[in-house]
Write a protein that binds this ligand. Structure first.
Ligand code: HEC
Length: 157
């Protein structure tokens, strides 16, 4: 009896170590990724401001003074559209890292974001205002598609 207990006492720490090692493989920190912003901040601090740069640089607005064309007229203006598109393209990758990803559907939407943003980079490089407008519309649809599934009605404030 006493001998038995002694053996078990010696093996228990080993068993625990093996179990703990198994667990730690699944924690995000082991991958080297370190999510910094939460979902709310990711949207309000990164996705929304960058999408606004694109949406604010295409199409026309009607004011009391007349019709204003929003397309950039300077190299800096086009660069700003390209830079915003590049940020969104890489954000599609960031959304999929451990700690941010919420599963397969989520990753699909995120990949759609990258695909559309890549088209926008090209459109901006070509200074093609019609394409920035068209892909800007496509971008909006990508945002809405994910929101329809993952944004709870009460999370918008
Ligand atoms: C992969 C999924 C996904 C994609 C793609 C996505 N969003 Fe979101 N978005 C969310 C989720 C989830 C929330 C709710 C987060 C929260 O506020 O708790 C949200 C909320 C928001 C909010 C509201 C934040 C608030 O204050 O409540 C804004 C604004 C927003 N997203 C902008 C965008 C824009 C712009 C795009 C496209 C360029 C986009 N999102 C693409 C998942 C996504």
């Amino acid at each position: 009896m006493r001998l038995n207990r002694g053996i078990r006492g010696r093996w228990l720490p080993v068993v625990l170590l093996v179990v703990l090692a198994g667990c730690s493989e699944e924690t995000p920190i082991e991958t080297g990724y370190q999510p910094v912003v939460d979902e709310h901040q990711m949207m309000n601090w990164i996705l929304d401001p960058n999408a606004d740069v694109i949406w604010g640089s295409a199409g026309t607005i009607h004011t009391l003074e007349g019709v204003e064309d929003l397309a950039p007229t300077t190299q800096e203006g086009w660069d700003a559209v390209r830079n915003a598109a590049a940020t969104l393209a890489e954000m599609g990758n960031v959304l999929q890292i451990p700690g941010h990803s919420k599963g397969d559907d989520w990753n699909e939407f995120s990949q759609g974001l990258t695909r559309t943003a890549v088209l926008l980079i090209e459109a901006a490089e070509n200074q093609d205002d019609q394409q920035v407008f068209d892909y800007g519309g496509q971008l909006y649809n990508v945002c809405v598609a994910c929101h329809q599934i993952y944004m709870l009605p009460d999370s918008e404030d």
